[in-house]
Design a protein around this ligand. Sequence first.
Ligand code: PGA
Length: 253
Amino acid sequence: MRKRIVAGNWKMNTLPGEGVALAREIVGGKGTVCDCVSFIVCPPFTHLSEVAHALKGSGIALGAQNCAAEEQGAYTGEVSAAMLAALGCEYVILGHSERRQYYGETSATLRAKMERAYAHGLTPIYCVGENLAEREAGKHFDVVKRQIEEVVYGLTDEQFAKLVIAYEPVWAIGTGKTATADQAQEIHACIRKVLAAKFGAAADGTAILYGGSCKPGNAAELFAKEDVDGGLIGGAALKAEDFLAIGRNGFGK
Ligand code: PGA
């Protein structure tokens, strides 16, 4: 049985007080969602510590949205994987399309970040996905395959066993335009095949999340697909009730 995950990517939203209030509301409502769902929240760096405190004992895991590719030292403005682990993070989102697009993150950077994350016991949530032009040109399978081969194929079997993947078509992020459940299933199945080509049967156990305008109204249809194991949620993760409803509608009470 694969893990069912609903992860919230808060991006650059909420001030510390607002983040703590949001986390408390999620903790308060968690009982309305099936225990089978693993919830993860990924606030901005600035309030990881306070949110960690608010989540204590709730079973909801903490994640960061990025980490440095370097271990430590003279890297002004960067935050290391060791720092994140020390604050109680269990997960780190890596390779989000906004990081690739706006901050020039390449496969080489992401390989390095991934190593740092694993070295400090963090589980990467590795994001892949094509942009609109690539989708329209029918290149989406190739793009995602390359993003996986260049970064994930370098992992050891032991590292791979923990990895979480998020498929996020760039054209669906924050646009209100969701991939159809069939489109998601088609590419999730392809991702699992690409993973299996390197890691064999272990790929059957990999949680592959869908992200991109996922909301309470479409979670059930998306998560019902065989290879869709949950969601990475942006906008709808900023409202506790919507975030919880995604888990509830997708996986039950
Ligand atoms: P969205 O973002 O749910 O707001 O589309 C998803 C993401 O970027 O992780």
